[in-house]
Design a protein around this ligand. Structure first.
Ligand SMILES: Cc1cc2nc3c(=O)[nH]c(=O)nc-3n(C[C@H](O)[C@H](O)[C@H](O)COP(=O)(O)OP(=O)(O)OC[C@H]3O[C@@H](n4cnc5c(N)ncnc54)[C@H](O)[C@@H]3O)c2cc1C
Length: 425
């Protein structure tokens, strides 16, 4: 199912929402207020669609702590030398100018669910009729023995954007020919299931291109298997022979410790000393604001109603993207964007009585493996048995033609242009 920018936008516009609600409670009242926490794939899309489609009938405030959004999606292409850093950075100006979204450049520190107010770091309170929460993930700094927040400089994760992405690039560039990179992959559920393996491909590509084909990348995985495994491994064998080694938990017997001072990783079976670069990608959980508001259990993610993206803990709050439990949908920017359109439609229906449609979701995760060579996995989804369930899935196959892989990469680039326009234009 090739998806180019036009089709991507069209499916987005067609995605609707199921309601089962009575007459909108707020008709006839002064402009209803929607606050959105998090200006990423979920939050920026929701803010844009609610403001754009309600044509001024709803006051939308987007709370985002960073001035610019740096996408984790396609950060692996930056690491591989396929994109400049500037190409993965976006601003919020058009959301304000084109759609009248009010931007609150601040950290949200509390959600007062009783008063229906978001509290900002300054102490300012933003009242809401509906709240969208899309804060992404937080890292579990205690999930790898010996690693900590203090160690994220020396052993960067690159799983949150900005400085971390650039640190990973610096470490990669400094790897000598013959050097060993150890990547510690995260346990499920985590942001971007194919991400670590696309990243390993990009590491190998960049090293090979720099004449460092003797370098090795060892992936220590707590999982028995990973996304698109058969396709990735066949391609690694063909394109980067001897460079990437994946070890599952039965082979390495667990990560016993890491030492950031000496760049050492100890597993049940082996000690990797003097590594050129250790990339620790730790366990993950819903962003702090969602957990502290009681929308997720400690260390976990937020349960939602699959027909509306409403939190099961609070019908005035919608949780999108990586922070929510989205059934068969992976934690991806595409998923967050698709969920945002369902939530936007439900919110507009509830606040302005606009039409609503049954919830339908889509996702594709592309991964670049080598120049002009991408693979993909994805599907269509709808509410099923109390969760978001897959109704159709597809995945690339090992041994596909170069022409098909090139076409898949063209879709990948078209998708990035489409989704960033869908979030920020
Ligand atoms: C290496 C890598 C590669 C990836 N590649 C892809 C890909 O190819 N395709 C794909 O679809 N996905 C990809 N992803 C996944 C994608 O980046 C995430 O799934 C997506 O960003 C989730 O969107 P979100 O809205 O949940 O969170 P985010 O996009 O992380 O947005 C959250 C926003 O909330 C803000 N925020 C958080 N808390 C607060 C607060 N309290 N107050 C104010 N602001 C706050 C943050 O600053 C941030 O801007 C990749 C991820 C990684 C790490």
């Amino acid at each position: 199912m090739p998806i180019d920018r036009r089709i991507f936008l069209r499916t987005g516009l067609a995605a609707g929402a199921v309601l089962g609600l009575g007459a909108p409670a707020l008709l006839g009242q002064a402009k209803p207020r929607v606050v959105v926490i998090g200006g990423g794939a979920g939050g920026a899309t929701a803010a844009r669609y609610i403001a754009k489609d309600s044509q001024g009938a709803i006051a939308v405030t987007l709370v985002e702590e960073n001035e610019r959004y740096q996408t984790c999606f396609h950060s692996n292409l930056y690491l591989g030398g396929f994109k400049a850093y500037d190409e993965i950075v976006h601003g919020y100006d058009a959301l304000q100018k084109n759609h009248g979204v009010t931007l609150a450049r601040a950290r949200a520190t509390q959600i007062d669910r009783d008063k229906k107010e978001v509290v900002l770091a300054s102490g300012q309170r933003l009242p809401y009729d509906r709240l969208v929460v899309s804060p992404g993930i937080d890292l579990k700094y205690d999930s790898v023995p010996g690693w900590s927040q203090a160690a994220e400089e020396q052993m960067p994760h690159g799983w949150k954007p900005g400085r971390q992405t650039q640190l990973v690039k610096q470490r990669l560039d400094a790897v000598p020919n013959g050097g060993v990179i150890v990547m510690i992959a995260p346990p499920n559920p985590f942001r971007c299931p194919p991400g670590p393996y696309e990243r390993a491909s990009m590491f190998a590509h960049a090293l090979k291109k720099a004449g460092k084909g003797e370098a090795r990348i060892i992936i220590l995985d707590p999982k028995e298997s990973f996304s698109k495994q058969g396709v990735f491994q066949a391609d690694w064998e063909k394109r980067y022979p001897g460079m990437i080694e994946w070890l599952g938990p039965k082979v390495h017997d667990g990560i016993k410790s890491v030492d950031p001072k000496t760049n050492t990783v100890v597993t049940g079976f082996e000690t990797y000393k003097d590594c050129a670069f250790v990339n620790v990608i730790p366990g993950q959980m819903a962003g702090e604001i969602a957990r502290s508001a009681g929308l997720a259990p400690a260390g976990g993610y937020c349960a939602i109603d699959p027909a509306s993206m409403k939190s099961t803990a609070d019908p005035a709050i919608f949780v999108l993207g990586d922070a929510c439990i989205a059934g068969d949908m992976p934690k991806s920017a595409f998923s967050a964007n698709s969920q945002a359109k369902v939530a936007a439609m439900v919110i507009r229906h509830e606040l302005t009585n606009s039409r609503a449609f049954p919830a339908r979701y889509v996702n594709t995760c592309w991964s670049l493996v080598d120049t002009d060579n991408a693979i993909k996995v994805g599907g269509r989804y709808e509410p099923k048995d109390g969760k978001i369930g897959a109704t159709e899935t597809f995945v690339s196959q090992p041994g596909e033609s170069d022409a098909l892989r090139k076409e898949t990469q063209a879709e990948n680039l078209g998708w990035y242009a489409g989704i960033t326009a869908d979030m920020f234009s």
